[in-house]
Design a protein around this ligand. Structure first.
Ligand code: BGC
Ligand code: NOJ
Length: 901
């Protein structure tokens, strides 16, 4: 095994991961922003920002898969004499005397030291603001007076991140900026475009002269900055603002500057790299104005620091939208009122510190909802900090923007988003609620779904279309999780359209119903669900049949109508979600019945008269019996599916994966390769299909025997070594990677939950710890390559060239599934309609632990005494009295719970 170097460590007290070597095996990133304005930031300050949509409102430019990797970001250049360095090491890569990057909850702090000067930058997006704050603190730690030249740097993206990368015949002519530097009396806009800033006097750069505004046309000159609060210097990016765009961006610093640049070529030099910008190397800005080409924003500040002295500079990268009729303050001059207000709110250290404290409190609150203390730091830090944090990030971004997803390719996935919200719903239920409605609004009237939708428009994505037959079930999965967390049944009455068509609205409950029916109406020859284009495994394309390398596996259906190939994964998913649906219908029947009783009581009390009672009760009892009937109808379908799986989906030692177009078994001992797949083992064991016949136990044993390896369970075994035309993309991958026998961290939890339901706590824990980032971090920082504080989608499997190497970190359904697994099944605190179910499944070595759970308007302190048991609650004492069963009935207020296993 190669020597595993360490690049960082956890700091649990501050909820941070501390990176101590900038040369991480891959950029280790963090996310800033919670709702509208977002940034990705690497440990060397690389990355980019966008407003809401990573494709259509990209604010700063980024080049993916660059040489060197991760080049481009928000950079500060510090020049002292002939030495130029950056606090985050890149891009100059000047060796630092000290380097540290602390990724925290919604912020990143990067600190560098060189020759007695410390530069520490705190990056975050304040709550409710459309801006990234970069608070730079320069400290002179030496005993000499320090004279420094400071340059900031951001490169603007021309809004649409896709065309920004490709349409240069246009792009190179559209770029426009405005600059406001009140203290230098430089106030130029597009209108002074013909004046190029004079080259500053090198011999005396502190006295740079401002370009003279065009007095001959003073009506077009922008008014001087109105008030002191906006003093400082601002560079505005306003490409295309003249026509349809109502938005611009700006980069501000709250200090006097002695120069600036806005034209990339002038600042960097056409043949220079970002590590050697000409302006920086020469220590002299050009006061350049971008007209087309590539606009950037760079401030130049001269800083003198006495020994021990420290100075703060607040840089602000902001985004503004104006009403159509308020776009301009003068012809072609952008209306900056909103920018001034935004700047005003964050232009001092005090204001920034306050906003930062608010962000920290926000996370305190979110992370207080579920908190565990087991004494095992590796478990506690994942549960209390990083897993929950990753769930929020994944909820926010779906699969759009990471260092593996360019942000321009994919919209929000129907199944992805339903899973993401399950990991997030306890944090901010109202946002999960809205997400459910948005997702359901893209459903088709027959229950099928657009596979993806665009976050900005919330419309289904026509390019990819529908036909992924697992999609409908996930809506039930997501909605039920919301209902159990909140008890807010009103969501079921929300009127939700089909395909976003006004007038097509039905209740959300109706959407759930047609989701179930979509499966029932699309059964194949073995009465198992038809797979369509694919199920959860996007790469098992059993109706595709493609030899054309220019076709997409996911959207090609060129031979069959999809009436033959069947999926055992969907079968298991249908049984799991079907049982939930049945339980929901019964719950609704019970609730409407209770309503009926309440109405009766209330009607009788009104002067002894019984006026409308008859109507109410009959209405409710009809409703109630309708729900009961619906429960019975679906129970039958679920039972039939269970029978079909037992009859046609069992291979002797494990569940089959699928039937192909020709009716041949996939994932069977009869196959040459890929004899066993993980997805059907996960879902059919979670569905407990055939548990009574020993199927569940055998399936779980087979996962251990055939799928498990050092780094987790592979997706299939053995890997495919050749392309199988009728299987699609899955067999196109090299052995051990991605859907061909890679370790999908996403589906390992399915088997782990299967283990938990079966009460096999030792096995569940062994599988869980293998993919738990904090355990991997301890052993494999180099091999694992990607961030050690979050899960990645895929780790190379045992058949790969480099088993254990991780890829596709951050944005993966793994986050939500890891959360479900540990919070509900291992630690065993599971929301139900009426309360919290306590039913842990633990390794026999587990000691006592305490969970603090805020649930609706109640706060529970739950202490579990496992006594060596893996499963099985013997007694629950709630506020001093023993209760029956394993569900603590919900009631507002504070409660103490003692659980003996
Ligand atoms: C990847 C899948 C992904 C799919 C859809 C495939 O190439 O392997 O993981 O879900 O594309 O984008
Ligand atoms: C990534 C996709 O986002 C997800 O929906 C899919 O299930 C997995 N890939 C597995 O193919």
């Amino acid at each position: 095994m190669e020597q595993q170097k360490r690049y960082g460590h956890f700091d649990d007290q501050h909820r941070e991961y501390v990176i101590t070597d900038p040369k991480t095996p891959w950029p280790w990133i963090n996310y800033l922003g919670n709702e509208d304005f977002f940034s990705l930031i690497s440990n060397t300050a690389g990355g980019y920002s966008f407003y809401k949509d990573a494709k259509f409102r990209r604010i700063t430019r980024y080049r993916y898969n660059n040489i060197p990797m991760d080049n481009g970001g928000r950079y500060f250049y510090i020049k002292e004499g002939d030495t130029v360095w950056n606090p985050g090491w890149k891009p100059c890569k000047t060796p630092l005397d000290f380097y540290e990057c602390r990724h925290g909850m919604g912020y990143t702090r990067i600190t560098g030291r060189k020759n007695g000067v410390e530069a520490s930058v705190l990056f975050f997006v304040p709550l409710g603001k459309w801006a990234e704050v970069q608070k730079l603190t320069l400290t002179n730690q030496s005993s000499d007076v320090k004279t420094l030249k400071l340059f900031s740097f951001e490169e603007w993206c021309l809004w649409n991140a896709a065309t920004d990368m490709e349409n240069f015949q246009r792009n190179f002519s559209t770029g426009e900026v405005e600059v406001e530097v009140p203290n230098l009396a430089i106030s130029t806009s597009n209108n002074s475009s013909k004046i190029e800033a004079p080259t500053p006097d090198v011999s005396n750069s502190s006295k740079i002269e401002a370009p003279t505004p065009d007095v001959s046309n003073s009506s077009k000159i922008e008014a001087p900055t109105p008030d002191v609060s906006t003093s400082g210097a601002t560079i505005y990016h306003k490409t295309e603002y003249r026509e349809r765009r109502n938005h611009y961006a700006f980069y501000h610093v709250n200090a006097e500057i002695q120069g600036y640049d806005t034209n990339r070529e002038t600042f960097v030099g056409l043949y220079n790299e970002l590590s050697e910008p000409e302006a920086v190397l020469e220590g002299r800005p050009r006061n350049s104005h971008a007209h087309g080409w590539s606009p950037i924003a760079s401030h130049y500040i001269e800083v003198t620091l006495q020994p021990g002295e420290s100075k703060d500079f607040v840089f602000l990268l902001g985004y503004i939208e104006n009403e159509q009729d308020e776009k301009f303050s003068a012809p072609q001059v952008i209306n900056k009122q909103k920018a001034y207000a935004l700047i005003e709110s964050l232009n001092t250290t005090e204001k920034v510190d306050k906003a930062f404290a608010e962000l920290n409190q926000y996370w305190d609150k979110l992370l207080n909802i579920y908190k565990v203390k087991t004494g095992n730091d590796k478990l506690d830090r994942m549960v209390n900090i990083w897993n929950q944090y990753q769930c929020m990030v994944t909820f926010n971004f779906s699969r759009s923007a990471s260092f593996f997803e360019s942000g321009i390719g994919r919209g929000m996935g129907f199944r992805d988003s339903n899973q993401d919200l399950v990991g997030f719903v306890h944090q901010i239920p109202s946002r999960a609620r809205q997400r459910i409605i948005d997702i359901a609004s893209t459903q088709f009237p027959d229950g099928g779904c657009y596979h993806q939708y665009q976050p900005l428009t919330k419309r289904g994505n026509n390019d990819i279309g529908g036909g992924f037959n697992d999609d409908p079930c996930w809506l039930i999965f997501g909605t039920v999780a919301y209902l159990k967390e909140t008890g807010d049944f009103s969501i079921l009455d929300e009127m939700v359209p089909f395909d976003n068509q006004p007038g097509s609205e039905v209740t959300l409950f109706e959407h759930l119903k047609i989701s179930m029916d979509h499966v029932i109406k699309n059964l194949g020859p073995h009465m198992l669900p038809l797979i369509g284009r694919a199920d959860w495994n996007d790469c098992l394309n059993l109706n595709c049949f493609s030899w054309d390398p220019n076709e997409s596996f996911q959207t090609t259906e060129n031979v069959s109508e999809g009436t033959k190939a069947e999926s055992l994964m969907i079968a298991g998913l249908f049984v799991v979600t079907g049982k939930e649906y049945v339980a929901l219908c019964k719950e609704l029947a019970k609730r409407t019945e209770n309503l009926e009783l309440k109405t009766e009581r209330c009607d009788y009390s009104q002067d002894g008269e019984q006026s409308t009672t008859g109507n109410h009760t009959s209405q409710f009892s009809t409703l109630s019996s309708q729900f009961s009937a619906e429960a019975a109808r679906m129970q039958q379908a679920v039972d039939a599916m269970i029978e079909a799986v037992k009859k046609h989906g069992w291979d002797g030692e494990w569940y089959l994966r699928a039937y192909d177009f020709y009716g041949r078994k996939i994932g069977s001992n009869e196959c040459d390769e890929a004899k066993i797949f993980i997805e059907s083992q996960g879902w059919c064991t979670m569905a407990e299909i055939g548990a009574e016949d020993g199927m569940v136990a055998k399936s779980l044993d087979s996962c251990k025997k055939y799928l498990e390896c050092e780094h987790g369970m592979v997706l299939n075994n053995p890997a495919f070594t050749k392309y199988i035309y009728e299987y699609g993309e899955i067999s196109s991958y090299p052995e051990g990677y991605k859907e061909n026998a890679g370790i999908f961290c996403h589906n390992n939890p399915w088997v782990i939950i299967g283990e938990c339901l079966a009460g096999r706590g030792n096995d569940a824990w062994a599988h869980y710890a293998k993919i738990l980032p904090s355990y991997v971090e301890e052993k494999y920082q180099t091999l694992h390559k990607v961030e050690p504080y979050v899960n990645c989608q895929m780790v190379a499997g045992k058949d790969a060239f480099k088993p254990g190497e991780g890829k596709n970190s951050w944005l993966t359904g793994t986050a939500a599934w890891m959360w479900l697994t540990v919070s509900q099944h291992i630690l065993g605190i599971k929301p139900e309609y009426d309360g919290l179910r306590i039913d842990p499944c633990l390794p026999s070595t587990a000691g006592d632990y305490t969970v603090q759970r805020k649930f609706r308007d109640a706060q529970y302190t739950i202490t579990i005494h496992p006594n060596g048991a893996q499963k099985g609650v013997k007694q629950i004492v709630l506020d001093g009295s023993a209760i029956d069963g394993t569900v603590i009935p919900y009631s507002p207020g504070e409660h103490t719970v003692e659980v003996t296993m």
